[in-house]
Every structure is written in structure tokens, then in C-alpha cells.
Design a binder for this molecule. Sequence first.
Ligand SMILES: Cc1cc2nc3c(=O)[nH]c(=O)nc-3n(C[C@H](O)[C@H](O)[C@H](O)COP(=O)(O)OP(=O)(O)OC[C@H]3O[C@@H](n4cnc5c(N)ncnc54)[C@H](O)[C@@H]3O)c2cc1C
Ligand SMILES: *[C@@H]1O[C@H](CO)[C@@H](O)[C@H](O)[C@H]1NC(C)=O
Ligand SMILES: *[C@@H]1O[C@H](CO)[C@@H](O)[C@H](O)[C@H]1NC(C)=O
Ligand SMILES: *[C@@H]1O[C@H](CO)[C@@H](O)[C@H](O)[C@H]1NC(C)=O
Ligand SMILES: *[C@@H]1O[C@H](CO)[C@@H](O)[C@H](O)[C@H]1NC(C)=O
Ligand SMILES: *[C@@H]1O[C@H](CO)[C@@H](O)[C@H](O)[C@H]1NC(C)=O
Ligand SMILES: *[C@@H]1O[C@H](CO)[C@@H](O)[C@H](O)[C@H]1NC(C)=O
Ligand SMILES: *[C@@H]1O[C@H](CO)[C@@H](O)[C@H](O)[C@H]1NC(C)=O
Ligand SMILES: *[C@@H]1O[C@H](CO)[C@@H](O)[C@H](O)[C@H]1NC(C)=O
Length: 619
Amino acid sequence: MLPYLSFLSFLLVFFIATFASPIAKNAKIIGRDTDLQFSYDFIIVGGGTSGLTVADRLTEDPETSVLVVEYGYLYADATNIEVPGLLNATPYEFQITSTPQHGLDNSTFAVPAAAAVGGASAINGMFFDRGSAPDYDAWVALGNPGWGWDDLLPYFKKSENFTPANDALAKEFMITSDDKAHGFGGPVQSSYPVFQYDSIKNFIRAWHSLGIESPEDPSGGTATGVYYGSSSLDPKNESRSDSQTAHYNSVSSRPNYHFLTGSAVSKINFVRQNATGVEWINRETFGFGYVNADKEVILAAGAAHSPQVLQLSGVGPKSLLNRLEIPIVIDLPGVGQNFQDQPTLYPSYNFTSNIVPNADTLNSNATYADEQLQLYYSSHQGAYTICKSSGNVVAFNPLPQVTPNYTSIIALAASLSASSLYLPDIDPTIITGYEAQRNLILNLYNSTATAVVETGFTSHSEIPLTLSKPLSRGTISISNRDPLNPPLVDWGALTNPADVEVMVAAVKKQRELMATQAMQELGPIELSPGANITMDADIRAALRQQVQPTYAYLCSTCSMMKREFGGVVGPDLLVYGAEGLSVVDASIMPLIPSAHTSATVYAIAEKAADLIKARHGLL
Ligand SMILES: Cc1cc2nc3c(=O)[nH]c(=O)nc-3n(C[C@H](O)[C@H](O)[C@H](O)COP(=O)(O)OP(=O)(O)OC[C@H]3O[C@@H](n4cnc5c(N)ncnc54)[C@H](O)[C@@H]3O)c2cc1C
Ligand SMILES: *[C@@H]1O[C@H](CO)[C@@H](O)[C@H](O)[C@H]1NC(C)=O
Ligand SMILES: *[C@@H]1O[C@H](CO)[C@@H](O)[C@H](O)[C@H]1NC(C)=O
Ligand SMILES: *[C@@H]1O[C@H](CO)[C@@H](O)[C@H](O)[C@H]1NC(C)=O
Ligand SMILES: *[C@@H]1O[C@H](CO)[C@@H](O)[C@H](O)[C@H]1NC(C)=O
Ligand SMILES: *[C@@H]1O[C@H](CO)[C@@H](O)[C@H](O)[C@H]1NC(C)=O
Ligand SMILES: *[C@@H]1O[C@H](CO)[C@@H](O)[C@H](O)[C@H]1NC(C)=O
Ligand SMILES: *[C@@H]1O[C@H](CO)[C@@H](O)[C@H](O)[C@H]1NC(C)=O
Ligand SMILES: *[C@@H]1O[C@H](CO)[C@@H](O)[C@H](O)[C@H]1NC(C)=O
């Protein structure tokens, strides 16, 4: 090979020999070679939920070479990941604190962003659901043909290996599903924990008594009502199924698949607007590495970090790049804008006659906890099959089911001028895009086809109330040119007054729920916001004090929308104005679905892999 090397390649060999090799000794490179190649067909930035899915699909073809560069490390025998009830996410997260949240009395909050091979799928609550059909059809309306519910359903199915609840559990707890909605050959395991707490039945009865029904299967495009969602859980031994177990472990020996851990991608390299490779910094040695991509650089660093990498590389809002003296490669105002998540209030109760055991018993009774852990290890049964702090039962309510006053909330939202919600120097395309989104959202608020508020119930003393489809928007932006410096994360939670009114209505609805016979059997006494907080003004004040800006569903910071709408990628997932550069993670969702986001991320990644293969003639 040597005689054919050009001078440039020679320089590269020299460069890699000089700089990359020391890194190779310290970081894990998996594959036939012990060293990195000069170049790969594809470089994937981030080995998380989406990144490992795309890497698996692209390396199915032995002729296609792929390098994944991941900030975190492989976990092995990590009981705090694998055993659902022992989850401890903290060791596998970035340490980022948000900016003061103006809608939340200027409090700051920890940012849930995963830093591990497997990404957030390794540390999430394992709730494995999809949004309703109109959630995805709204993506089409924002300029994305091919991304509606009917288009995505085959990819939801492709990603999934579904196992219905066993007969005894299904009968006792009224868990229903419809095989037509599911996939049975995919890599991600989807099943129901073999254990549930009895007071779940009260919660379901309570909603039924208020006229809220249960769909046969929420995965079929109607994810409203009160229902069980499956978990990303392996029914063989009731352990977590994540993108490392589903998409990495069984394929990591492919010779065309290389993997670098403990490395923070710091920059995408460009020749003009053509993405030609990436640079990274090793987390331990601070050594610097560089490699070329022959076909495409694929961003999968998650919604907090994909916009960070783009901005560091000179792709982003001109004003930001100029201020930080970063040479502009592409002026793309939408990078880091349109940031969405699901703000959540955790009303808490003293259940004076709760059924024992319940989700709190693991904390309050060490004998019970020991017994259950033994049971998990000996026969994969019991309370530890349920993910810690999570569960399987939710109510997803359309706005007309939350409050009869929904039209006044819609009118309030419509009356606010979009530009008043942004700083004066905002690019006009961002406002245009927001207005288009708002029209779609308000149509959904005015229907029963998708949900606006979620209530989760685990039998625990807190019953989270989540705003599934907020109108407020936030931003992610770098504050300087240091790639190891975390980005500024500003959720902008509850900055739109209409979001506050939806939450006020949700608090009142939860009180209606707690007043039903079925919930009263558990003897709830409201501790927070507090039974004395009844006037709307007091509820609003309590919300600003107590709401968390996140349910850990960061998304939409590199939105797939028309460029005139402030979009960052088109329906082909290619970054506007660039060549050979795409985004495939949660940041591309233009509107957050009324659901937890992992199943949608897997579906996006499966579709992304097909799009990428197709454009490079690899299908
Ligand atoms: C604590 C928590 C609980 C959740 N609970 C649920 C739930 O119960 N149900 C559900 O459906 N969803 C849940 N989610 C959300 C869901 O898991 C995520 O939306 C989804 O997994 C995101 O996938 P992603 O590919 O976009 O990003 P990730 O899976 O986060 O992957 C991004 C990867 O990029 C890496 N990375 C970042 N920056 C760089 C860089 N500069 N260089 C190299 N690598 C980098 C990160 O280390 C990470 O591995 C939860 C999320 C969290 C964090
Ligand atoms: C939050 O901070 C802003 C300025 O940063 C200030 O104008 C506002 O009054 C503060 N809000 C509260 C509730 O303290
Ligand atoms: C469950 O099985 C998988 C392999 O199928 C294994 O990797 C994992 O360690 C097991 N987990 C537990 C908790 O038994
Ligand atoms: C962009 O770069 C790739 C290599 O990274 C190359 O194959 C391709 O031809 C380049 N495209 C243009 C238009 O220069
Ligand atoms: C819950 O109620 C019980 C019974 O009324 C009481 O003894 C206990 O102190 C209460 N706990 C809290 C945290 O309020
Ligand atoms: C704690 O759990 C054990 C085992 O399940 C049970 O026998 C005991 O009664 C429980 N103790 C209390 C105080 O509930
Ligand atoms: C609906 O709005 C009216 C007027 O603001 C108010 O008086 C009433 O209490 C509201 N009803 C509910 C259920 O929120
Ligand atoms: C809400 O829907 C009804 C029909 O169901 C329609 O008459 C009304 O105009 C809609 N309101 C808004 C604000 O879109
Ligand atoms: C509600 O009660 C709490 C605790 O007693 C008190 O701190 C708070 O000021 C009260 N709020 C209102 C609006 O009455």
C-alpha cells in the first residue's frame, strides 16, 4: 500500500502514528486491528442509543468500515445498569448544571445526559412506549415527507422484539396488547416486568371511574388513556435491554467495526462545507486524535451534545460563532434552538392506607428488600424486575380530558406573539418555525387524538405530572471554545404562560383523581403542592417553585424542519449547507412526541441507517 500513498496520506500516517497510537493504548479499540485506520467510510460521533443502532446496521455489510467515537466507557457486569431495580444512573452521566431557569424562579438543575456506551438507553427508566400517530404526522407537516406514523411504524417494529405479558399477570392486572402493533424479530427486547404492585389497580380503576378508558395497545398509534407500557427488558432473565446489549455486544467482533471509548469529539473537520473527519480529546490523557471519513460523519451525541459539536465546528448561529471568534463554516441559526423536554411536577402524598408492599417498601423495609433481591437473583422474579423510580402504568390525557376550559388555554397561547417569546436578536426563521409548530400544537391541544399531560403511577408516594407537549422552548449553546466545557443548557421551562395554565389544570385534575373512591381507598393526604394551595395564583407560584424542567427527554436541538423554519437537517437527516454530515439522534425530532423518547429514538436510528445506506448505494 505504501507506494500508492499521496503526500497528504503520508502526512496523515505520520500524524496518526504520532498522535493516535498513544491514544489507542489508552482507549479501547475493538476490531481486528489494534490501531485506527487512516479513514473509515463512516464515523459515528456518540455510541449511545442512536449511534450504536446505526453502527450495527451499517456494519452489516462487511465492506463498510465504521468507527464509533464515544465519550463514555463500556460497562460490563454493571448490576446498577442491568438489574432494573438497582439502577444508579449517576456514575454514567455528564455533570452539567443548567442555566438559571427564568420560568422556575431562577433555580438551576442537573442535566440528565448519559455518558456511557449505550447512552441514555443504559440508564433510563426503561419505559418503552411510542407517541400517538398525530405526533409524528406533525413532523411531516413541518416539511418532512417520509416521517409520519405510517412511515415510522415499520421502523418501530424493526427495532423491537416484543413479548406480551404472561397470562396470569395480564389477567390479574388487566395488561392488554395487540400483536399487530409490535415487532418480534428486532434487537431491543420489549416486555413487561413479571411483578406489579397491587395499588396500581386502584389507579387504573380511578381513571376508569372518571371516564378515561384503556386502549387495547397504546403502541398502535393511539397512546391516550390509562395503560401499561412495556419496558426495554429482556424476558429471559428480567435484565435491561439497551443499545449495548441489543446492538453492540453481538456485533462488536465484526472486523469492519472499530470503537473508541473515553474520547470526546471536539470538532468536525471540513474542507469548505464538506465534512471530512473528526477530532477528539482523550478524557484521561488529554491526547488529541484525528481520523477521516470517506463517506459521512454521523452525529449521534444526543440532544445536549450534537449541537455543541456542531457549534464548536463552526456550524451554528452566526451571532454566537462571531462572538466566540469561531470561523463560520455554515451559518445555521437553528443549531441549539427549539430545545424541548417535558417539565414535570412531583406532587407527593402520605398514603395512610397504602397496600403493602408498594414501591416505597423497598426503601422502608430492609428485610423485604433483601428478600426481593434474593428472589431476583435466584429466579428473576419480584420487585427488582421493575426499574427503580419507574414503572409501567401511565395516564396520557388529551387536553380536553384535563380541563373543560381547554379552549381558553388555546386562546391564551394563540394570543401571545411568537417574537415576544424570544430575545430581540433571534433569527427570523426561528420565529417562523415556532409559529408553524404552535399552529400544529394548538390543533392537537384542541383534539383527543394525542396527549398533553402524563400522570405516572408506580405506587410510590410521588405521582409525577408531566407536560408532554410544551409550548416553551429552550436553547443549547456553547459558552466558549473549550470542547470539554459543558454547553449552556437552558430549558426555558414554563416561560410560555400557556404551559403554566396547562400545569395548573393538571394539578386540579390530579386532585379530582385523588378524590375518587378508588384512590381514597389508599388514604392519600396531599403533602405537595399542599392541600392549602387552591387559588390559581398560589398553584402558579407553587409550580414555579416545584416543577423540574426535565423528564430526561432532551430533544429537538438539531431539528428536522425546513430551513426557512430554522431547521438544521432535512428529511434525509443531512445538515443543511454541508456535505457528508448527518444527525441521527433525539435532537432531530422537530416536535417532542407525547411519549417517553427511547423507542422513537431507536425508530429514527433504524430509518436513518436505511437512508444512509440508500444514498451511498449500500442497500
Ligand atoms: C435518566 C434518564 C431516564 C430516561 N428514562 C426514559 C424512559 O424511561 N423511557 C424512555 O423511553 N426514555 C427515557 N429516557 C430518554 C431516552 O433514553 C433518550 O431520549 C434516548 O436514549 C436518547 O438517545 P440519543 O441517541 O439521542 O442519545 P444518547 O443515548 O444519550 O447517546 C449520546 C451518546 O453520545 C455520547 N457523547 C456525547 N458527547 C460526545 C462527544 N463530544 N464525543 C463523543 N461522544 C459523545 C454520550 O456519551 C452518549 O453515549 C431517559 C433518559 C435519561 C437520561
Ligand atoms: C430571575 O433573574 C432575572 C434576571 O436574570 C430577574 O429579572 C428576575 O426578576 C429573576 N426572577 C426571580 C423570580 O427571582
Ligand atoms: C441476563 O442475560 C444477559 C445475556 O442474555 C447477560 O448479559 C446479563 O448479565 C444477565 N443479567 C442478569 C442480571 O442476570
Ligand atoms: C467530500 O469529501 C469526501 C472525503 O471525505 C470526498 O470523497 C468527496 O468527494 C468530497 N466532496 C466534494 C464535493 O469535495
Ligand atoms: C402520614 O400520616 C400518618 C397517619 O396520619 C402520620 O402518622 C404520619 O406522620 C404522616 N406522615 C407524613 C410524612 O406526613
Ligand atoms: C418487612 O418485610 C418482611 C418480609 O416481607 C415482613 O415479614 C415484615 O412484616 C415487614 N415489616 C414491616 C414493618 O412491614
Ligand atoms: C374555567 O375557567 C373559569 C374562568 O377562568 C373559572 O372560573 C373556572 O374555575 C375554570 N374551571 C376549571 C375546571 O378550571
Ligand atoms: C377546535 O375544534 C373545533 C371542532 O372540533 C373547532 O370548531 C374549533 O374552531 C377548534 N378551535 C381551534 C382554536 O382550533
Ligand atoms: C400552605 O401551607 C404551608 C405550610 O403550612 C405554608 O408554608 C404556606 O404559606 C401555605 N400557603 C398558602 C397559599 O396558604
